[in-house]
Design a protein around this ligand. Structure first.
Ligand SMILES: *Cc1c(COP(=O)(O)O)cnc(C)c1O
Ligand SMILES: [Zn+2]
Length: 407
């Protein structure tokens, strides 16, 4: 017996057969689960130790093969030296390929195999592409990754390292995703792009971040959750996860959602500032900035993300390159966490909100560190002076310590 039905967000029809889009109107599907066996689901939430322990709320067959390698179950670290009391960092950089995208790929590859896929394709700014490539390697199916031609070469190298076929496209990540939509059927590819309009199955993966955070905080709900927004899928998913927990009676409220973007690519933040309806977000012409992981010209899941921000009485703001660089460095030096620049943007917004008093004294904030900054080492290395070597000899070492560190 299937535990879920897919429901179209546009025409509201529901479907028993799995599909990537509404068979009637082409609208975005989402999975709606039976919550009848509440005790079973509550026990599942309390006892879950791994990502796949949440599978009763994944849109996959119980008996299918799982493509998994220890994704999820990431640490929630109390930030102690940033001067923001009550701040926790959810370190998604600990995932196998270094971002939360591994959660998404574990589900979308398991689903693609269940549906008989013999090849997959994805449009990505690098992180989802790397995650897809890694999971394709484990699934043993060919993987085509379309990335903006401007993607830093180390990200392309990582994707290629896992054996995927990289296709740099002269356009933004939004252009790549649109291009794929037009060729998918021709080649019989399954689209594992991490946006619900293209792959509704992976959209449930990010709910597990909420499940884990709630469990890690002993079922206390943080006052705020800060999330960097590219397409908006992760913010939407986390909010939905907290709604599940509330529906099950494991928690008693919802967190307020904070959306963070980069100044050079801030379509959702602009819509928020102009108090636009979730359906009225406008595409950005030329995305810019160092946070390439969130440089989506148009947020494909922006409608659900902005609705979550409004509904939760949340907030949206952006951070520029300078602020991001400084925050990225601060997270490394003060907390020992190597955050990707996209993730540092979320921290910048938390800092601003704390300073302006929007986040009040004593409030609990979770900042989702969505990705590992190690992927940005070439850029970071270029921005700092590397130390000169010293002769392997005691007097030379003493002179060196005196001149370099004044000791
Ligand atoms: C993909 C990604 C995001 C944004 O996720 P969306 O679901 O596209 O909003 C944020 N940070 C990192 C590191 C990412 O890879
Ligand atoms: Zn429909």
């Amino acid at each position: 017996m299937k535990r879920y039905r897919q429901v179209c967000r546009r025409c509201k029809k529901s479907w028993d057969e799995d599909a990537y889009r509404c068979p009637d109107c082409g609208g975005t599907l989402h999975s709606v689960y039976e919550f009848r066996d509440r005790e079973y689901l509550k026990t599942m939430m309390k006892n879950a130790e791994t990502f796949w322990d949440y599978r009763a709320l994944f849109p996959v067959a119980e008996t299918g093969k799982r493509i998994t390698m220890g994704e999820g179950k990431t640490p929630l670290v109390a930030a102690e030296r940033l001067g923001i009391e009550g701040l926790f960092l959810k370190n998604e950089g600990m995932n196998p390929s270094g971002t939360f995208k591994d959660r998404c790929m574990s589900i979308s590859f398991s689903k693609a195999l269940e549906l008989g896929a013999r090849g997959v394709v994805i449009g990505s700014a690098g992180n989802a592409g790397a995650a897809a490539a890694a999971y394709a390697a484990r699934a043993g199916i060919p993987c085509y990754v379309m990335v903006p031609a401007s993607t830093p070469s180390q990200r392309i190298a990582m994707i290629a390292h896992y054996g995927a076929r990289v296709i740099p496209v002269e356009g933004s990540v939004t252009d790549c995703i649109e291009l794929i939509g037009q060729v998918c059927e021709t080649y019989g590819w399954h689209n594992v792009t991490t946006a619900a309009p293209y792959n509704p199955f992976q959209a449930d993966a990010e709910k597990t971040i909420a499940y884990e955070v709630a469990k890690q905080l002993s079922w206390q709900v943080p006052d705020w959750i800060a999330v960097p927004v590219g397409g908006g899928g992760i913010l939407s998913g986390i909010y939905e996860g907290f709604q599940d927990l509330l529906a099950l009676g494991l928690t008693d409220r919802l967190p307020r959602m904070i959306a963070a973007q980069e100044t050079g690519c801030n379509p959702l933040v602009r819509a928020f500032r102009e108090k636009k309806a979730p359906g009225e977000i406008e595409r950005i012409e030329h995305p810019q900035g160092i946070a390439v992981a969130i440089a989506d010209a148009f947020p494909l899941d922006g409608e659900t993300a902005l609705a979550a921000v409004y509904q939760s009485q949340g907030w949206a703001d952006d951070a520029d390159d300078e602020e991001i660089r400084r925050a990225q460095s601060l997270l490394g030096r003060r907390e020992g966490i190597f955050a990707e620049s996209a993730s540092a943007a979320a921290y910048v917004v938390v800092e601003k909100m704390r300073r302006s008093g929007k986040i009040r004294d004593g409030e609990c904030v979770v900042c989702v560190v969505t990705g590992n900054g190690v992927k940005e080492l070439p850029r970071i290395e270029g921005e700092m002076e590397l130390p000169e070597p010293v002769a392997c000899e005691i007097s030379a070492l003493k002179r060196y310590l005196a001149s370099q560190f004044q000791i």
